[in-house]
Design a protein around this ligand. Sequence first.
Ligand SMILES: [Zn+2]
Length: 350
Amino acid sequence: MKVTVIYSPEYLMHDTGKHPESPLRVKRSIEAIKKSEVYLKGLVRVKSPRRAEEDEIEEIHSRGLLEKVKNLSLKGGGVIAPETIVSKETYNVALLAAGGAIRGVEGSINGEDKRAFALIRPPGHHAERKRSKGFCIFNNVAIAAAKALKMGIRRILIMDWDAHHGDGTQKLFYSNPSVLYISIHQDGRTLYPGTGDIYDIGEYEGEGYTINIPLPPLSTGKIALRAMEEIAIPIIEQFKPHIILVSAGYDGHYLDDISDLMYTSNTYSRMMERIVKMANKYSYGRVVAVLEGGYHLKATPKSIVKTIEALAEKPVKYERNRTVTSKSLERKAELLIKKIKNVLSDYWSF
Ligand SMILES: [Zn+2]
């Protein structure tokens, strides 16, 4: 299966100064992709994004936020939220990031590019309707989901495996049963933004359509995969999504300093393999991954390549596992999984 990588060198122009969310993240990643076996075998094509229209942004964000980002950029930039920078080019680049995610969804739904990886920045999953924050300007994955809804898709899965809880995305679809949001993240009591508790399950018609799996610090890929297998997969089997969007963040890698998770690049290929299986079963094969976090300049490119291999359904070569899961952590995870199943048992069967 061919994978479309959506990328533009214009993504480098969102200038954050000395900051972990640097242009090098995507620059190194596109370089790694172009050297990868899956690319050299002709299974990857790189396409340019388009700029999102203002009304596409306004499907998700307030006019006020859009104007705020635009005006701050016009003035030459500034700080829009703690650690969240707007530079002269940010407004344009943020439109291009949202447009990259939209382009992924459009291509996937019309069948031209069923599998896509939007290699975009700035990231998006912390951005709320009226607020940019947590390195995020506009919520790219949410804007892409809104596009899928507009195109008539009624069951959309957003799978978020970034180390941080995607609080912005959760809020935006909290009462919407058409968008199932599943997040596997480091427990909010130990990491920004502090949200993503197991009891936050959605509200009104959306009750039961928000799934939070907050892993304890030091959780390995083994634990994340087990949680995915036992909680996410059965729910996906019952929800039967017609498209799968992935908030693909790589800051849970053990080399990434920003979280305390202990994933390896194998973790990401394994998670994507499971998602691809679900997509082949229910979603006509449609999967669009959208880059979120991931700040280690070697681990992120490598893990992205692993994700793309899994998207292409190319047999993945696993590397020797570099992390060990302690018995006490396994027990903790077991209890957590049991508790989450309990909380969700009114809505889903396990
Ligand atoms: Zn993150």
